[in-house]
Design a protein around this ligand. Structure first.
Ligand code: C2E
Length: 848
């Protein structure tokens, strides 16, 4: 390597004027052989002018104007125009202080030149500048600088990430450690997070002894075992911080063994003190709840309605075992087991109210009965408050307690408050309450009700003569009889002293009918109380006076009603006691009339005032085939009374039984007579039989006996039944009909089409005939509906193979229509009204 000084000296020689030209040429050759660019500049009038340059300088790229002798240094170094190089060269020329520097010229993305440049002043005042190409070294340097830079970036990023990691660790109250065991050396590294949770100053290197010094002695084996196993399983141990505080740590350790025998243990540690405290608190709270729950008189539970609509009991306290005889785990597995013990009739309300509470998020309260394993019945009351959870399900927390004692007390209070102690009947207060409700119910249903005020006649005398004990006995027996004389739905109350009130509900909406119903009950009560009472071994007679008023037709207060019934009762007393009176005079008159009619009918029956008229029944050729027996009452004062005016009363009073029997006997007698004559032997008689008559025990035998007694042919007797019979016990009806049918008695279904015609029954009844009701026949020509009904009945009868008799045929037009549609039996004014038998016989044989 040629030093800068040597080069300068060479130049100094070459530039000496005294150097001979051959030597100069040799020198030039020598300089040209030097691989370093050399140039000599001479200061001249403030400029540096090129005096000489060797071959390397001329070849050197980037040295502009170096081939031009006398070129200005500014032009030679034009690539470095932006630098202070030329200025520095002037300084060298001026001061003689040598210059060593690197000059670099770049353009964006490209290195133009990189030179190691030196300059020295010669004795003659010139300066020699040597330039060496340093582009390779410069590229290397730049690459080095760039990689250095990149490294710094990586380091910074790493530092930042480490900071982030450390912050995270410390936020999560976690830390980690690594223990590297090289044969002969053990290194233990702790993360800042670990130092923080351990309560020690942050330090990376930790002595293995100190690392475990904080673990409580009794827990240390836990940690050591985990480290030795290195499986990553969770372990927990206590750590005592330098300040004395004890913290719970949860740790996992994993052991890695490298090939070269190096062993690395890595562990993560988490401070779980808060978590454990929370769990501990939860445990304590649960224990607290359990302790409380075991002491309260009931059981608590948590009930959830899941989003899919399924319900489950998630918690139920142990007390459920004592309260319902089921184990808590049985309930949480299937809460249906609870319902098994609830009384069946209380289950629907219980389930309905529970669901309603969780669906509508309203507090739940429900009382229900439970059948205990020993068979006893207990009352429970449950309360729960529901609230919606974040997941949409609804949770209900509730409490159930036994309220049997409370219920009993309530019942006892109610009994004392609302019932009479002596008779056990509702007292005045309860009666007023029920009456109030009944009035409201009547307004809605339009039915009527009745209030019967009953006062025992001469009770005071009994009390005074026989003593209060006897009086009490009588009152108790009266109460029993009253209760036994009315329906269960009716109320019998003791109003005070010897006064009782009977309240009847749901009577007929028609005033007259309701009055008749009330009167019937009053009569029943009278006759029941008229029976002798047994008091202290003695027979005692007591009579009541009954005042009646109806309610529901007008808005009257409870007080007003009671006043009316009371007034009516005084009227009954005034009328001689042991009787009943209505408050309303019209009603009383109607009831009286009815009673009179009943008495008259009873007498009329005894005096044979009841007659039977016969209405002809003809066939399609108007030939007489029989007659319907229709009862008439020839009243001594009122003249002939039609059955519509007394048959309903006869049915209500039971007089229909002797009446029906009279008609039957008359009809059988007539049949027997007709049977004697060939001209009339074919005639049959239809007899109306009411439902009550048909149902009475012994009816079948009675009919057969009557037929037999009068030697009448059963085949000539036809019993007319109404559709109301189908409302009762249909099986019993069929049996009775079949028994009679077996003896030849025929059956007709009367008023067909007006009642509860049921085709299925129609098929089952052993009928021979149906009678089309006169209401259809009447308008058969003017009302298309009636015409359609008649046609349908005829078609139906045909398909069931039943004879048909059309009732109420008055015109030939009606007859024509009926015949056209296949009717073959007729009855009505067109053929004859109901008449005494003599008139009918005369019709048969005008000669008679
Ligand atoms: N407008 C009009 N009416 C006609 C015509 N043809 C007959 N009638 C009347 O229609 C009724 C037919 O009797 P019912 O439907 O069994 O209806 C009977 C029957 O249900 C009942 N009844 C009559 N007698 C007895 C009886 O002895 N026992 C029972 N249980 N009920 C009877 O009383 C009801 C009424 O009997 P009556 O007043 O005799 O009325 C009879 C009869 O006189 C007519 O062309 N035009």
């Amino acid at each position: 390597m040629i030093s800068a000084e040597l080069l300068t000296d060479l130049f100094a020689g070459a530039s000496e004027d005294f150097v001979e030209s051959s030597a100069q040429a040799r020198l030039q050759a020598l300089l040209d052989a030097v691989p370093v660019a050399l140039m000599e500049f001479r200061p001249h009038e403030g400029r540096l002018l090129l005096r000489a340059a060797n071959a390397a300088a001329r070849r050197m790229p980037g040295l502009g104007g170096v081939r031009v002798s006398g070129a200005d240094a500014v032009d030679v170094f034009d690539l470095l125009a932006g630098t202070k190089l030329v200025e520095q060269l002037h300084t060298v020329a001026r001061t003689g202080v040598p210059l060593e520097c690197r000059q670099v010229a770049r353009e964006p993305g490209r290195l133009l030149v990189a030179w190691d440049l030196s300059a020295r002043r010669l004795d003659n005042g010139s300066i020699v500048v040597s330039v060496r190409d340093a582009s390779e070294a410069e590229s290397l340097r730049a690459a080095l600088a760039a990689s250095e830079h990149a490294l710094q970036d990586v380091r910074r990023e790493l530092r930042e990430q480490t900071d982030v990691f450390n912050t995270m660790e410390s936020l999560a109250q976690t830390g980690h450690w690594r223990r590297i065991e090289d044969p002969g050396e053990t290194v233990l590294l702790w993360s800042p997070g670990l130092c923080d949770i351990a309560g020690v100053e942050r330090q990376e290197w930790m002595s293995p002894e100190r690392a475990v010094s904080g673990i409580l002695a009794e827990d240390r084996h836990v940690f050591e075992t985990a480290r030795e196993r290195g499986t990553g399983a969770d372990v927990e141990y206590r750590w005592k911080r330098p300040d004395g505080e004890i913290r719970w740590m949860r740790s996992r350790v994993r052991r890695l063994t490298a090939k070269d025998g190096m062993r690395v243990d890595m562990g993560v540690v988490q401070d779980v003190t808060d978590e454990r405290r929370a769990a501990e608190q939860l445990r304590e709270q649960l224990l607290f709840i359990q302790r409380i729950a075991s002491r309260i008189p009931g059981f608590i539970y948590q009930y959830r309605l899941h989003q899919d609509g399924i319900t489950s009991v998630q918690y139920i306290s142990d007390a459920v075992r004592d309260f319902m005889g089921v184990e808590p785990h049985e309930v949480t597995a299937d809460h249906g087991v609870l319902s098994n013990w609830v009384m069946a009739e209380d289950v629907p309300a219980l389930q309905r109210s529970a669901l309603q509470s969780v669906r509508k998020l309203v507090p739940w309260q429900c009382e229900y009965r439970v059948r205990m394993p020993d068979g006893s019945i207990r009352w429970h009351m449950t309360n729960a408050i529901p609230h919606r959870e974040a997941d949409g399900s609804v949770i209900s927390h509730g409490f159930t307690m036994d309220i049997t004692d409370r219920k009993r007390a309530e019942q006892e209070i109610e009994r004392l408050a609302f019932y009479d102690a002596l008779t056990g009947l509702p007292n005045r207060r309860l009666l007023l309450d029920r009456l109030q409700r009944s009035i409201a119910a009547c307004q809605r249903s339009k039915n009527l009700g009745a209030l019967l005020f009953i006062d025992l006649d001469n009770f005071k005398d009994l009390n005074d003569t026989l003593g209060h004990d006897m009086g009490d006995q009588l009152l108790s027996q009266v109460a029993t009889r009253l209760v036994g004389s009315v329906r269960e739905a009716d109320t019998v109350a003791r109003f005070g002293g010897d006064e009782f009130v009977v309240m009847l509900d749901n009577l007929n909406p028609e005033l007259q009918d309701a009055a008749a119903q009330a009167e019937t009950v009053a009569e029943k009560l009278l006759s029941s109380l008229n029976q002798p009472f047994a008091l202290g071994g003695q027979q005692h007679y007591s009579t009541p006076s009954i005042g009646i008023t109806l309610f529901g037709d007008e808005r009257l207060s409870v007080d007003e009603l009671l006043k009316r019934a009371d007034l009516a009762m005084y009227q009954a007393k005034a009328a001689g006691r042991n009787t009943q009176r209505f408050f309303d005079p019209d009603m009383q008159a109607a009831v009286n009339a009815r009673s009179n009619l009943e008495a008259d009918l009873r007498q009329g029956l005894a005096r044979n005032e009841l007659l039977v008229h016969y209405q002809p029944v003809v066939d399609h050729q108007a030939r007489l085939v029989g007659a319907e027996a229709l009862v008439r009452w020839r009243h001594p004062q009122r003249g002939m009374i039609s059955p519509g005016d007394f048959i309903p009363l006869a049915e209500q009073t039971g007089l229909i039984l002797p009446l029906g029997q009279t008609v039957l006997e008359t009809a059988c007698r007539q049949l027997q007579r007709w049977g004697q004559d060939a001209a009339t032997a074919h005639l049959s008689i239809s007899v109306n039989v009411s439902a009550r008559q048909f149902r009475q025990p012994g009816f079948v035998a009675e009919v057969l006996d009557t037929l037999k007694a009068h030697r009448a042919e059963p085949q000539r007797l036809k019993l007319e039944l109404t559709e109301s019979l189908l409302l009762g016990d249909i099986e019993d009806t069929i049996v009775r009909m079949e028994q009679l049918k077996a003896q030849g008695v025929g059956f007709a279904l009367d008023d067909f089409g007006t009642g509860y015609s049921s085709l299925s029954y129609l098929k089952r009844l052993p009928l021979d005939q149906i009678k089309i009701d006169q209401s259809f026949v009447r308008d058969v020509l003017s009302d298309p509906n009636d015409a359609a009904i008649v046609r349908t009945i005829l078609a139906l009868a045909k398909s069931l193979d039943l004879q048909v008799v059309a009732e109420g045929v008055e015109t030939t037009g009606q007859l024509g229509f009926l015949r056209l549609h296949g009717c073959e039996g007729f009855q009505g004014y067109l053929f004859g009204r109901p008449v005494p038998v003599e008139e009918l016989d005369a019709m048969l044989d005008p000669t008679r």
